[in-house]
Design a protein around this ligand. Structure first.
Ligand SMILES: Nc1ncnc2c1ncn2[C@@H]1O[C@H](COP(=O)(O)OP(=O)(O)O)[C@@H](O)[C@H]1O
Ligand SMILES: [Mg+2]
Length: 498
């Protein structure tokens, strides 16, 4: 990070925007850059105006106003850096005078080796200044920095650190800022008198949730919880060891990811959840629609801040759920929106291509229409359809067993035939309804007849969505691998039992 900033300063970039929640850490880095390049250093905030960054800060009179700050910046000697705290918020006011002044000041600064460094927590550059100011994503702390934080906390609490598992604590803290990691370590010591990885991981899940875009999914789902989808499951099982150090040393590249497309309620989300357990990696879910913000530049900024966290947690799985919210949403809602959509897609594709070491992507969505070709091209594309006879039987058995009943006590083959056209979710719902019927009938055990009755209360997805299903099947043909294994024998045709 320090090198990158130094290069920009040396190369005469006049406007930098460092995106980070960690003002102190960023300013320390800039101070180090200023010292090594022999640049003068000042900082500005709207409360204090411009102050010198020494032990005894000296104020430069009357520079609280942004315009006055920029005028004072114009008069600074050559080789000066001015840190402008929260200046991105001033730019959000979209005051044309400020925009003009920034442009003119940066033009002057370019010839005099002066650098204006905006430090702010979210990317929010107005289009007018995009070409003037270079954005630097300040990476979250790496292992070494987190180790320092941990050692500091452990020393102050006089708690020894067990060297052999220190790495586990650090792994659990990755993705946190220094102060968040410090809080998590301290909390763990207060709760248990030592640093416990699971507490650190729990706090991390809380912190990530707070940002509102990402969610750490604590998944207990395994392949055994998924009925059918045998080809997809076999593929995941085959890849299970590709994320290990042994595979890397052997010369194998880790797979990039999968795109799972198909009918609603057929186990796409379930598969994403199972992948975490198969690959033994943390699973981070991002709901695609949530990326969109109301302010200009916010959507892209949302992606960048989310991706910075994911990057720091890597190796991990990034699950982008309900992708159509991203790719199809903008289309219908006019010019501006699709512009935003395109920019977000571009940012995602760029990060996927150049910046994705240690990240396995899972995209799940209902339809492939509208997804950009480069995305489809980079991933294994799977289509998931309504379950066939064998699959319906497997799904029914899984859900019967989940509620503590024995599948053998039911004629699952016959029942599965009757559930033709039902999605996995519906089969689960039919079984839950059958349980309710039996419970309400003097708390007896459920029987085949309860499942039959329950099934009549639902209209199968194959009927409610008949047209959409046909269209989707056509679109997916030749573009995706079927997730289900082909059925060996002919499907039992549906028979109505009176
Ligand atoms: N293949 C399946 N095997 C077992 N349960 C399934 C299957 N498909 C769907 N279900 C049940 O339906 C619920 C919803 O499935 P989900 O994976 O969320 O659907 P979607 O494909 O819309 O993401 C699951 O939580 C699970 O209980
Ligand atoms: Mg889903």
């Amino acid at each position: 990070m320090r090198n990158q900033i130094t290069h920009y300063v040396r190369a005469g970039y006049a406007g930098l925007f460092i995106v980070s929640h960690e003002e102190n850490r960023v300013e320390k880095e800039i101070a180090a850059v200023a010292a090594s390049t022999k640049f003068g250093l000042h900082a500005w905030s709207i409360c204090q105006g411009i102050v010198s960054v020494e032990d005894e800060p000296r104020q430069i009179a009357d520079t609280q106003e942004p315009f006055a700050m920029l005028s004072a910046f114009d008069k600074m000697p050559e080789r000066s850096i001015l840190i402008a705290r929260d200046f991105h918020q001033i730019l959000e006011d979209r005051n044309p005078i400020t925009f003009r002044k920034v442009k003119e000041s940066l033009q002057l600064a370019r010839g005099a080796n002066r650098v204006l460094v905006v430090v702010g927590c979210r990317l929010q550059l107005p289009p007018e200044l995009e070409k003037e100011i270079t954005v630097i994503e300040f990476a979250l702390p790496g292992r070494d920095e987190l180790r320092e934080v941990m050692d500091g906390i452990a020393a102050s609490a006089k708690v020894p650190i067990m060297e052999d598992i220190a790495d586990t604590f650090i792994d659990a803290a990755r993705g946190l800022t220094c102060s968040e990691a410090e809080n998590a370590f301290a909390l763990s010591i207060v709760e248990t008198k030592e640093i416990v990885a699971s507490i650190v991981a729990r706090e991390k899940a809380n912190v990530i949730r707070k940002n509102g875009l990402l969610e750490i999914v604590e998944s207990k789902t395994t392949l055994d919880d998924i009925g059918g989808l045998e080809t997809l499951k076999a593929d995941l099982a085959e890849k299970r060891n590709l994320f290990t150090a042994a595979a890397r040393e052997y010369g194998l590249a880790a797979p990039r990811g999968a795109l799972v497309v198909g009918q609603p309620g057929t186990g796409k989300s379930l598969t994403a959840a199972a992948t975490a357990n198969i690959f033994k990696l943390p699973l981070i879910r991002l709901e695609a629609g949530k990326l969109f913000g109301s302010l200009v530049g916010q959507s892209e900024g949302n992606w960048r801040s989310a991706f910075a966290t994911v990057k720091a947690v890597a190796p991990c799985i990034l699950w982008i759920d309900e992708v159509e919210g991203l790719f199809c949403g903008g289309k219908s809602s006019g010019e501006t929106d699709s512009g935003v959509t395109n920019r977000v897609i571009k940012a995602i594709l760029q990060d996927m291509q150049f910046n994705s070491e240690g990240i396995y992507y899972i995209f799940t969505c209902n339809d492939i229409d509208g997804l950009p070709d480069p995305l489809i091209d980079r991933l294994d594309v799977w289509s998931v359809d309504l379950p066939n006879q064998t699959e319906r039987e497997a799904i029914l058995k899984i859900h019967i067993a989940k509620r503590g009943r024995k599948p053998k006590q039911f004629d699952t083959t016959k029942l599965a035939a009757l559930l033709d056209g039902f999605s996995g979710r519906q089969i689960e719902q039919v079984w839950a309804k059958a349980m309710t019927l039996a419970f309400n009938d003097k708390v007896r055990e459920p029987r085949d007849s309860d499942i039959l009755t329950a099934a009549t209360k639902f209209v199968p997805t194959s009927k409610t969505m008949a047209e959409a299903i046909e269209r989707r099947r056509k679109r997916l043909e030749n573009r995706a691998m079927p997730a289900s294994a082909p059925e060996a024998k002919k499907e039992t045709s549906r028979k109505i039992v009176k």
